[in-house]
Every structure is written in C-alpha cells, then in structure tokens.
Design a protein around this ligand. Structure first.
Ligand code: SME
Length: 151
C-alpha cells in the first residue's frame, strides 16, 4: 500500500478516535499507538509544553528522555520555530538529542491551540535514514490538528 493510502486510513481512524473521547491523554495515547503500529516507526510520541520545557507524554517505543528545553534538540526547535521539522539524518542536526542510538531520521510536528500557541509536539523517529518527506508532514499535521480542533 502506498504511504499516502496508509495515512488516509490512519486519518480516518484518528478522526473516529478523537470524536469518541474528550480526554486528551487518552486520545494522545491512542493516536501514538495508531500511527506507530500502522506506519512501523521506531518511536512515536508527544512532548507536552510545560512552562519553559517540553515534558514526555504518551508514546510508543523505547524509553525516552523526559524533558527538553525551549529551542533544544529537534523538538525544542520545532516548538521555537512553530513549524514542522524534517531531519533526514539526525547525526547531522546540530543539538539533536539522541534518546535512542537506533534512530537515524526524525520528524517533529508542532500542535497548536486556537490562539496559535504551541501546546505540544509530535515526535516520530525512524531507524532508516531519510524516512520522512512532505507526505508525512502533511498527514501528521492533519492528524495532530484533530487534537485541538476535533473534526
Ligand atoms: N530527538 C529528539 C528527542 C526526543 S527522542 O527522539 C524521542 C530531539 O532532538 O528533540
């Protein structure tokens, strides 16, 4: 199945998940499980804004670092710049925070509230180099937008 088709199915399932439950932690947990299992990524999870740092939220995959400062690593940079960051080779990203030595590429998608403040980021890691492209960015942005503005 094409990546785009898989993401369309995930988006549909994600819409149902969020429609059926108002608790945010429950939704974040199920969204990580959905994306992680269907796409076969190495690590999929949320880091939630808490004051001047991000704190680890629901995730799937190996144990990860728990706190990331504003502007630090790929996650803190996506928060600071308020935009999705695709990293084809994490070893070349200045300040990359290596939670797992198996991770080779990464995408981080900020999640905004209605006032366009970043509330959390979705971080996805792959053991493959150059795993993520604009298709991943487009769909992960659509999926995460459901969290703060359910369809
Ligand atoms: N690599 C991330 C840290 C989180 S782990 O990948 C799960 C970063 O540089 O922000």
């Amino acid at each position: 199945m094409l990546k785009e088709e898989k993401y369309q199915q995930i988006l549909k399932a994600a819409t149902e998940i969020v429609k059926g439950e108002t608790n945010q932690i429950a939704n974040l947990a199920n969204l990580t499980a959905l994306i992680h299992r269907e796409m076969g990524f190495w690590w999929t999870g949320f880091y939630i804004v808490n004051g001047k740092e991000l704190i680890l939220g629901p995730f799937q995959g190996p144990v990860a670092c728990t706190r990331i400062g504003f502007g630090k690593g790929v996650c803190g940079t996506a928060w600071k710049e308020k935009k999705t960051i695709i990293v084809p080779d994490v070893h070349l990203f200045p300040g990359h925070i290596a939670c797992s030595s198996e991770s080779n590429s990464e995408i981080v998608v900020p999640v905004f509230d209605q006032q366009a403040n970043v509330k959390m980021v979705l971080d996805v890691d792959s053991t493959q180099y150059n795993c993520f492209d604009q298709t991943d960015a487009n769909y992960l942005e659509k999926i995460t937008a459901l969290i703060t503005s359910p369809a």
